[in-house]
Design a protein around this ligand. Structure first.
Ligand SMILES: NC(=O)c1ccc[n+]([C@@H]2O[C@H](COP(=O)([O-])OP(=O)(O)OC[C@H]3O[C@@H](n4cnc5c(N)ncnc54)[C@H](OP(=O)(O)O)[C@@H]3O)[C@@H](O)[C@H]2O)c1
Length: 256
């Protein structure tokens, strides 16, 4: 439970092997969080256990790993949410941090690959975000941190299925922000540009690339100050605003 100063005490992370999630959980623990539950795919459990060990070494009293899969059906997601809140109690922050960056060329040739990306990033996220938001509303406090992307701002031919997954999730998160007004529960939308993590490993870093630690600091500050949308880096907001308003004929000539 957050104290009177708003310090985060307990954190549930979905996507507990994600690099951004690890950096963010460490940043919360360094600021006094005591309980962290890392939910990860079965195949990610070893990496999540390593993250849990790092969190305990950084001072977390409890850092444990549980299983979850964004591809599970909504009933299973509801049972997961009920189970984890039932077992650990209230959470001050729930970080929805999993995701995939698909291959747009493959998506264009194989609709099943495109649908798989949408299932992981969009429909799976909505299936979990709804029961999580309801739980935070029942608690009367807590923040769901939703990983959107700068890619949600305008479709680009290099990653428009990924962008569609993120704009859909961003819209749902914005709607929840409105629905939760006055309940004490909040949603923080995070829109990073290029972050150097295993998701982008092997890709040439885009301009204004940041590290997972930079995103973590922005998330921690956003939760502490009750922000609704944060960009990483903050300047990206203005870059994307410029791109959003660029005439389409010009935009199409950009190599992006
Ligand atoms: N890195 C960037 O440039 C960037 C920019 C904007 C937004 N984001 C968003 O930020 C979030 C975190 O990204 P990151 O860079 O930290 O990525 P990451 O290190 O690759 O972590 C993503 C995690 O999600 C897991 N995952 C994939 N499918 C899943 C499923 N069906 N159920 C549960 N977990 C699943 C992955 O497991 P496997 O590795 O086993 O597949 C991986 O551990 C994502 O939502 C991403 O879209 C990232």
């Amino acid at each position: 439970m957050q104290d009177a100063l708003g310090k985060v005490d307990s954190l549930l992370v979905l996507g507990g092997a994600s690099d951004i999630a690890r950096a963010t959980a460490l940043a919360f623990v360094e600021r006094g969080a005591r309980v962290v539950v890392l939910a990860a795919l079965e195949s990610d459990k070893a990496a999540a256990e390593e993250n849990a060990a790092a969190l305990r070494a950084a001072g977390a009293a409890t850092a444990e790993v549980v299983g979850f899969d964004a591809w599970a059906d909504p009933d299973e997601h509801q049972r997961f949410v009920d189970g984890v809140f039932g077992h650990y109690g209230d959470f001050d922050v729930v970080h929805l941090a999993w995701g995939v960056l698909g291959d747009q060329d493959r998506n264009s040739r194989d609709a099943r690959a495109a649908l798989a990306e949408l299932r992981t990033n969009l429909t799976g996220a909505v299936s979990l975000l709804m029961p999580i938001a309801n739980r935070l509303e029942q608690q009367g406090h807590g923040t769901a941190v939703v990983m959107s992307s700068a890619a949600a701002e305008r479709p680009r031919r290099s990653n428009f299925v990924y962008g569609a997954s993120k704009v859909g999730l961003d819209y749902v998160a914005q709607g929840l922000q409105d629905r939760l007004q006055g309940t004490g529960a909040r949603v923080l939308i995070v829109r990073p540009g290029f972050v150097k993590t295993k998701m982008t490993a092997g890709m040439a870093a885009a301009p204004l690339a940041v590290d997972a630690g930079d995103v973590a600091r922005i998330i921690v500050e956003g939760v502490a100050t009750g922000k609704e949308i944060v960009w990483a880096p903050p300047l990206f907001r203005w870059v994307m605003s410029g791109l959003r308003h660029m005439p389409r004929a010009v935009f199409r000539r950009l190599p992006i």
